[in-house]
Design a protein around this ligand. Structure first.
Ligand SMILES: Nc1nc2c(ncn2[C@@H]2O[C@H](COP(=O)(O)OP(=O)(O)OP(=O)(O)O)[C@@H](O)[C@H]2O)c(=O)[nH]1
Ligand SMILES: [Mg+2]
Ligand SMILES: [Zn+2]
Length: 350
Protein backbone atom coordinates (compact mmCIF):
# COMPACT_ATOMS: atom_id res chain seq x y z
CA UNK A 1 0.00 0.00 0.00
CA UNK A 2 1.55 3.32 -1.06
CA UNK A 3 1.41 6.19 1.42
CA UNK A 4 -0.15 9.45 0.18
CA UNK A 5 2.07 12.01 -1.54
CA UNK A 6 3.92 14.11 1.04
CA UNK A 7 3.13 17.79 1.42
CA UNK A 8 5.85 20.38 0.86
CA UNK A 9 6.27 20.74 4.64
CA UNK A 10 6.67 17.00 4.99
CA UNK A 11 9.32 17.20 2.29
CA UNK A 12 11.28 19.68 4.39
CA UNK A 13 10.03 22.94 2.83
CA UNK A 14 10.60 25.89 5.15
CA UNK A 15 10.90 29.70 5.15
CA UNK A 16 14.59 29.51 4.29
CA UNK A 17 13.50 28.25 0.84
CA UNK A 18 10.13 29.94 0.34
CA UNK A 19 11.59 33.41 0.91
CA UNK A 20 13.92 32.85 -2.07
CA UNK A 21 11.07 32.80 -4.59
CA UNK A 22 10.15 36.03 -6.34
CA UNK A 23 6.53 36.98 -6.99
CA UNK A 24 7.01 36.50 -10.72
CA UNK A 25 8.52 33.03 -10.34
CA UNK A 26 5.70 31.99 -8.06
CA UNK A 27 3.18 32.02 -10.91
CA UNK A 28 5.29 30.05 -13.42
CA UNK A 29 7.35 27.74 -11.29
CA UNK A 30 6.81 25.37 -8.42
CA UNK A 31 9.21 23.87 -5.90
CA UNK A 32 10.25 20.23 -5.98
CA UNK A 33 12.86 18.36 -3.97
CA UNK A 34 15.43 16.02 -5.50
CA UNK A 35 14.75 12.57 -4.06
CA UNK A 36 17.35 10.67 -6.05
CA UNK A 37 19.97 11.19 -8.71
CA UNK A 38 19.95 8.51 -11.35
CA UNK A 39 22.21 8.38 -14.34
CA UNK A 40 20.95 11.25 -16.47
CA UNK A 41 17.69 11.85 -14.58
CA UNK A 42 16.49 13.37 -11.32
CA UNK A 43 13.63 11.92 -9.32
CA UNK A 44 11.81 14.90 -7.81
CA UNK A 45 8.87 15.22 -5.50
CA UNK A 46 6.75 18.33 -4.99
CA UNK A 47 3.04 18.75 -4.76
CA UNK A 48 1.91 15.58 -6.52
CA UNK A 49 3.55 12.28 -7.35
CA UNK A 50 7.28 11.71 -7.74
CA UNK A 51 8.54 12.35 -11.27
CA UNK A 52 11.68 11.90 -13.33
CA UNK A 53 12.96 15.09 -14.86
CA UNK A 54 15.98 16.35 -16.75
CA UNK A 55 18.92 17.38 -14.56
CA UNK A 56 19.94 20.26 -16.84
CA UNK A 57 19.70 23.73 -15.38
CA UNK A 58 20.23 26.65 -17.75
CA UNK A 59 23.59 28.42 -17.26
CA UNK A 60 24.89 25.85 -14.78
CA UNK A 61 28.61 25.71 -15.51
CA UNK A 62 30.38 24.95 -12.28
CA UNK A 63 29.85 21.61 -10.56
CA UNK A 64 28.16 23.26 -7.58
CA UNK A 65 25.36 24.46 -9.82
CA UNK A 66 24.31 20.93 -10.66
CA UNK A 67 21.45 19.50 -8.66
CA UNK A 68 22.16 16.87 -6.05
CA UNK A 69 19.96 14.79 -3.79
CA UNK A 70 18.20 16.92 -1.17
CA UNK A 71 18.24 20.03 -3.36
CA UNK A 72 15.16 22.18 -3.79
CA UNK A 73 14.52 23.13 -7.41
CA UNK A 74 12.09 25.49 -9.03
CA UNK A 75 10.58 23.66 -11.97
CA UNK A 76 8.29 24.89 -14.72
CA UNK A 77 4.67 24.09 -13.89
CA UNK A 78 3.99 22.85 -17.42
CA UNK A 79 7.19 21.55 -18.98
CA UNK A 80 8.69 20.37 -15.65
CA UNK A 81 12.06 21.74 -16.79
CA UNK A 82 14.15 22.86 -13.84
CA UNK A 83 14.75 26.62 -13.86
CA UNK A 84 17.09 26.97 -10.90
CA UNK A 85 18.37 25.46 -7.66
CA UNK A 86 17.37 27.31 -4.52
CA UNK A 87 20.26 28.35 -2.28
CA UNK A 88 21.22 25.45 -0.09
CA UNK A 89 21.03 25.48 3.68
CA UNK A 90 24.15 23.30 3.49
CA UNK A 91 26.01 21.09 1.05
CA UNK A 92 28.12 17.95 1.53
CA UNK A 93 30.79 17.63 -1.11
CA UNK A 94 34.07 15.85 -1.48
CA UNK A 95 36.99 15.70 -3.80
CA UNK A 96 36.87 12.40 -5.68
CA UNK A 97 39.91 10.20 -5.09
CA UNK A 98 42.27 9.66 -8.01
CA UNK A 99 43.78 11.98 -10.54
CA UNK A 100 40.70 13.73 -11.87
CA UNK A 101 39.83 14.81 -8.30
CA UNK A 102 36.49 15.97 -9.60
CA UNK A 103 34.20 17.65 -7.12
CA UNK A 104 31.35 15.36 -6.09
CA UNK A 105 28.24 16.75 -4.52
CA UNK A 106 27.00 14.27 -1.95
CA UNK A 107 23.84 15.80 -0.49
CA UNK A 108 22.20 19.15 0.19
CA UNK A 109 19.86 20.55 2.84
CA UNK A 110 20.63 17.99 5.51
CA UNK A 111 19.49 18.47 9.13
CA UNK A 112 21.48 15.70 10.82
CA UNK A 113 24.37 13.49 9.78
CA UNK A 114 24.57 9.88 10.91
CA UNK A 115 28.23 8.90 10.65
CA UNK A 116 27.90 5.13 10.44
CA UNK A 117 30.72 2.75 11.40
CA UNK A 118 30.68 -0.80 12.68
CA UNK A 119 32.08 -2.47 15.79
CA UNK A 120 34.44 -4.77 13.92
CA UNK A 121 37.92 -4.83 12.38
CA UNK A 122 36.86 -2.12 9.92
CA UNK A 123 36.41 0.42 12.77
CA UNK A 124 38.85 3.29 12.35
CA UNK A 125 39.07 6.39 14.52
CA UNK A 126 40.92 8.46 11.93
CA UNK A 127 38.16 7.80 9.41
CA UNK A 128 35.46 8.85 11.88
CA UNK A 129 37.38 12.03 12.54
CA UNK A 130 37.44 12.82 8.83
CA UNK A 131 33.64 12.65 8.76
CA UNK A 132 33.50 14.85 11.86
CA UNK A 133 35.62 17.47 10.11
CA UNK A 134 33.27 17.30 7.13
CA UNK A 135 30.20 17.69 9.37
CA UNK A 136 31.75 20.73 11.07
CA UNK A 137 32.70 22.27 7.78
CA UNK A 138 29.19 21.81 6.40
CA UNK A 139 27.59 22.93 9.67
CA UNK A 140 25.46 19.83 10.27
CA UNK A 141 25.06 18.14 13.64
CA UNK A 142 26.77 14.72 13.61
CA UNK A 143 25.71 11.59 15.48
CA UNK A 144 28.06 8.60 15.40
CA UNK A 145 26.09 5.39 14.91
CA UNK A 146 28.09 2.26 15.67
CA UNK A 147 26.41 -0.80 14.16
CA UNK A 148 27.02 -4.52 14.70
CA UNK A 149 27.06 -4.12 18.47
CA UNK A 150 25.54 -7.62 18.50
CA UNK A 151 28.68 -9.08 16.91
CA UNK A 152 31.12 -8.03 19.63
CA UNK A 153 31.41 -8.61 23.36
CA UNK A 154 32.83 -5.14 23.86
CA UNK A 155 30.69 -2.53 22.07
CA UNK A 156 31.58 -0.05 24.82
CA UNK A 157 35.25 -0.14 23.82
CA UNK A 158 34.29 1.07 20.33
CA UNK A 159 31.89 3.65 21.73
CA UNK A 160 34.53 5.01 24.12
CA UNK A 161 37.07 5.32 21.32
CA UNK A 162 34.54 7.33 19.30
CA UNK A 163 33.51 9.53 22.24
CA UNK A 164 37.16 10.35 22.82
CA UNK A 165 37.24 12.21 19.50
CA UNK A 166 35.26 15.20 20.60
CA UNK A 167 33.79 16.35 23.92
CA UNK A 168 30.03 15.89 23.96
CA UNK A 169 29.95 13.83 20.77
CA UNK A 170 26.79 11.71 20.59
CA UNK A 171 27.57 8.06 20.00
CA UNK A 172 24.87 5.38 19.66
CA UNK A 173 25.70 1.68 19.51
CA UNK A 174 23.05 -0.44 17.78
CA UNK A 175 22.22 -3.69 16.13
CA UNK A 176 21.03 -2.23 12.84
CA UNK A 177 18.90 -5.28 12.14
CA UNK A 178 16.88 -4.92 15.33
CA UNK A 179 13.96 -2.48 15.44
CA UNK A 180 14.09 -1.98 19.23
CA UNK A 181 17.78 -1.28 19.09
CA UNK A 182 17.53 1.45 16.43
CA UNK A 183 14.35 3.03 17.85
CA UNK A 184 16.37 5.72 19.68
CA UNK A 185 17.58 7.06 16.31
CA UNK A 186 14.05 8.00 15.30
CA UNK A 187 14.40 11.06 17.55
CA UNK A 188 16.32 12.79 14.74
CA UNK A 189 13.87 11.78 12.02
CA UNK A 190 10.77 13.86 12.75
CA UNK A 191 8.42 15.32 10.12
CA UNK A 192 10.27 17.21 7.41
CA UNK A 193 13.69 16.37 8.88
CA UNK A 194 16.44 15.04 6.63
CA UNK A 195 19.10 12.70 7.98
CA UNK A 196 22.01 11.73 5.73
CA UNK A 197 23.90 8.50 6.38
CA UNK A 198 27.58 8.42 5.47
CA UNK A 199 30.14 5.71 6.09
CA UNK A 200 32.18 2.96 4.47
CA UNK A 201 30.61 0.19 2.45
CA UNK A 202 29.16 -2.65 4.52
CA UNK A 203 28.71 -0.76 7.78
CA UNK A 204 24.93 -1.12 7.56
CA UNK A 205 23.57 2.21 6.27
CA UNK A 206 20.90 0.58 4.13
CA UNK A 207 20.15 -1.98 6.85
CA UNK A 208 19.53 0.85 9.34
CA UNK A 209 17.13 2.53 6.95
CA UNK A 210 15.26 -0.71 6.26
CA UNK A 211 14.88 -1.38 9.98
CA UNK A 212 13.78 2.18 10.79
CA UNK A 213 11.18 1.95 8.01
CA UNK A 214 10.13 -1.58 8.93
CA UNK A 215 10.70 -2.75 5.35
CA UNK A 216 13.24 -4.72 3.38
CA UNK A 217 12.94 -2.60 0.24
CA UNK A 218 16.59 -1.54 0.02
CA UNK A 219 19.10 -4.17 -1.07
CA UNK A 220 21.83 -5.06 1.41
CA UNK A 221 24.64 -7.56 1.12
CA UNK A 222 26.87 -9.49 3.48
CA UNK A 223 30.39 -8.12 3.97
CA UNK A 224 33.51 -10.01 2.87
CA UNK A 225 34.47 -12.59 5.42
CA UNK A 226 38.22 -12.06 5.39
CA UNK A 227 38.33 -8.35 6.17
CA UNK A 228 34.76 -7.31 7.03
CA UNK A 229 34.64 -4.80 4.18
CA UNK A 230 31.46 -4.19 2.21
CA UNK A 231 30.67 -4.91 -1.42
CA UNK A 232 29.42 -1.48 -2.52
CA UNK A 233 25.82 -2.59 -2.69
CA UNK A 234 24.11 0.81 -2.76
CA UNK A 235 24.89 2.75 -5.93
CA UNK A 236 22.30 5.55 -5.88
CA UNK A 237 21.97 8.40 -3.43
CA UNK A 238 18.33 8.37 -2.49
CA UNK A 239 15.94 9.76 0.13
CA UNK A 240 13.71 7.23 1.89
CA UNK A 241 10.58 8.28 3.71
CA UNK A 242 9.75 7.19 7.22
CA UNK A 243 6.11 6.66 8.19
CA UNK A 244 6.55 9.10 11.03
CA UNK A 245 7.59 11.84 8.63
CA UNK A 246 11.39 12.11 8.31
CA UNK A 247 13.72 11.36 5.43
CA UNK A 248 16.75 9.09 5.48
CA UNK A 249 19.26 9.74 2.76
CA UNK A 250 21.11 6.56 1.84
CA UNK A 251 24.47 6.91 0.12
CA UNK A 252 26.93 4.46 -1.45
CA UNK A 253 29.80 3.58 0.88
CA UNK A 254 32.90 5.60 0.16
CA UNK A 255 36.29 4.09 -0.43
CA UNK A 256 37.98 7.26 0.61
CA UNK A 257 36.73 10.57 1.93
CA UNK A 258 38.98 13.30 0.57
CA UNK A 259 38.49 16.58 2.30
CA UNK A 260 38.02 19.65 0.20
CA UNK A 261 38.44 23.22 1.49
CA UNK A 262 37.70 22.17 5.05
CA UNK A 263 39.91 24.59 7.00
CA UNK A 264 37.11 25.72 9.32
CA UNK A 265 35.97 22.19 10.07
CA UNK A 266 39.55 21.15 10.76
CA UNK A 267 40.14 24.06 13.09
CA UNK A 268 37.02 23.18 15.06
CA UNK A 269 37.64 19.45 15.39
CA UNK A 270 41.27 20.05 16.35
CA UNK A 271 40.76 23.25 18.34
CA UNK A 272 42.78 21.83 21.28
CA UNK A 273 45.90 21.68 19.07
CA UNK A 274 45.32 25.13 17.61
CA UNK A 275 44.86 26.62 21.09
CA UNK A 276 48.12 24.98 22.22
CA UNK A 277 49.90 26.25 19.11
CA UNK A 278 49.08 29.83 20.04
CA UNK A 279 51.42 29.39 22.98
CA UNK A 280 54.41 28.17 20.94
CA UNK A 281 57.36 30.56 21.12
CA UNK A 282 57.58 30.91 17.34
CA UNK A 283 54.50 31.85 15.35
CA UNK A 284 55.62 29.58 12.49
CA UNK A 285 56.43 26.66 14.81
CA UNK A 286 56.18 23.28 13.07
CA UNK A 287 55.68 21.54 16.45
CA UNK A 288 58.61 19.23 15.84
CA UNK A 289 61.79 20.07 17.77
CA UNK A 290 61.50 23.84 18.12
CA UNK A 291 62.34 25.30 21.53
CA UNK A 292 59.29 26.54 23.45
CA UNK A 293 56.82 24.39 21.49
CA UNK A 294 53.61 24.20 23.53
CA UNK A 295 52.30 21.29 21.44
CA UNK A 296 55.32 19.09 22.14
CA UNK A 297 55.14 20.10 25.80
CA UNK A 298 51.51 18.94 25.95
CA UNK A 299 52.56 15.60 24.44
CA UNK A 300 55.40 15.25 26.97
CA UNK A 301 52.94 15.94 29.79
CA UNK A 302 50.36 13.48 28.42
CA UNK A 303 47.75 16.14 27.64
CA UNK A 304 47.82 15.37 23.90
CA UNK A 305 48.57 12.08 22.18
CA UNK A 306 51.14 12.00 19.38
CA UNK A 307 48.66 10.02 17.26
CA UNK A 308 46.15 12.84 17.40
CA UNK A 309 48.82 15.35 16.35
CA UNK A 310 49.69 13.02 13.46
CA UNK A 311 46.10 12.79 12.31
CA UNK A 312 45.78 16.56 12.40
CA UNK A 313 48.99 16.94 10.35
CA UNK A 314 47.74 14.48 7.76
CA UNK A 315 44.30 16.03 7.33
CA UNK A 316 45.71 19.57 7.29
CA UNK A 317 48.22 18.63 4.60
CA UNK A 318 45.47 17.06 2.50
CA UNK A 319 43.22 20.07 2.85
CA UNK A 320 46.07 22.49 2.13
CA UNK A 321 46.94 20.66 -1.10
CA UNK A 322 43.35 20.75 -2.20
CA UNK A 323 42.81 24.38 -1.29
CA UNK A 324 46.01 25.36 -3.11
CA UNK A 325 44.96 23.53 -6.27
CA UNK A 326 41.52 25.17 -6.05
CA UNK A 327 43.14 28.59 -5.77
CA UNK A 328 45.36 27.77 -8.74
CA UNK A 329 42.34 26.88 -10.81
CA UNK A 330 40.55 30.08 -9.85
CA UNK A 331 43.57 32.18 -10.73
CA UNK A 332 44.01 30.38 -14.06
CA UNK A 333 40.34 30.85 -14.83
CA UNK A 334 40.59 34.57 -14.06
CA UNK A 335 43.78 34.99 -16.07
CA UNK A 336 42.82 33.05 -19.15
CA UNK A 337 39.10 33.65 -19.02
CA UNK A 338 36.29 31.25 -19.59
CA UNK A 339 36.20 29.64 -23.01
CA UNK A 340 32.44 29.92 -22.89
CA UNK A 341 32.06 26.15 -23.33
CA UNK A 342 30.65 24.28 -20.42
CA UNK A 343 33.34 22.04 -18.97
CA UNK A 344 32.01 19.02 -17.08
CA UNK A 345 35.16 18.97 -14.96
CA UNK A 346 35.00 22.61 -14.05
CA UNK A 347 34.86 23.12 -10.31
CA UNK A 348 35.75 26.77 -9.76
CA UNK A 349 33.02 29.21 -8.82
CA UNK A 350 31.95 31.71 -11.41
N1 LIG B 1 24.68 -8.65 12.82
C1 LIG B 1 24.57 -7.45 12.25
N2 LIG B 1 24.68 -7.35 10.91
C2 LIG B 1 24.57 -6.12 10.36
C3 LIG B 1 24.36 -4.95 11.13
N3 LIG B 1 24.31 -3.90 10.30
C4 LIG B 1 24.46 -4.37 9.06
N4 LIG B 1 24.63 -5.71 9.08
C5 LIG B 1 24.87 -6.57 7.92
O1 LIG B 1 26.00 -6.05 7.22
C6 LIG B 1 25.85 -6.25 5.82
C7 LIG B 1 26.07 -4.94 5.08
O2 LIG B 1 25.00 -4.06 5.38
P1 LIG B 1 24.47 -2.95 4.34
O3 LIG B 1 23.28 -2.32 4.97
O4 LIG B 1 24.34 -3.52 2.98
O5 LIG B 1 25.70 -1.94 4.36
P2 LIG B 1 25.82 -0.51 3.63
O6 LIG B 1 26.47 0.41 4.60
O7 LIG B 1 24.50 -0.08 3.11
O8 LIG B 1 26.83 -0.82 2.45
P3 LIG B 1 26.98 -0.14 0.98
O9 LIG B 1 25.61 -0.03 0.38
O10 LIG B 1 27.85 -1.08 0.23
O11 LIG B 1 27.63 1.19 1.21
C8 LIG B 1 24.48 -6.87 5.64
O12 LIG B 1 24.63 -8.26 5.51
C9 LIG B 1 23.74 -6.53 6.91
O13 LIG B 1 22.73 -7.46 7.24
C10 LIG B 1 24.27 -5.11 12.57
O14 LIG B 1 24.12 -4.15 13.34
N5 LIG B 1 24.39 -6.39 13.06
MG1 LIG C 1 23.85 0.35 1.22
ZN1 LIG D 1 54.88 24.29 18.40
Amino acid sequence: MASPDPSLTELGWRPFFSTQISHEEDSQLRPARVMAVHRGKLAVSGAGPERLISPHIPDANAAEYHPTVGDWLLIDRETLQPARILSRANLFKRRAPGNGRKLQLIAANVDTLFIVASCNQDFNVARLERYLVLAREVGVNPIVVLTKADLTDTPEVFAEAARGLQPGLLVETVNARDADSVASLAAWCGTGETVALLGSSGVGKSTLINTLRGSESIATQAVREDDGKGRHTTTVREMHRLDRGGWLLDTPGMRELQLSEAATGLAEVFDDILILAQHCRFSNCAHEAEPGCAVQLAIAEGRLTPIRLDRWRKLSAEDATDTASQEGRRIRARTFGNTGRSNPNATGKK
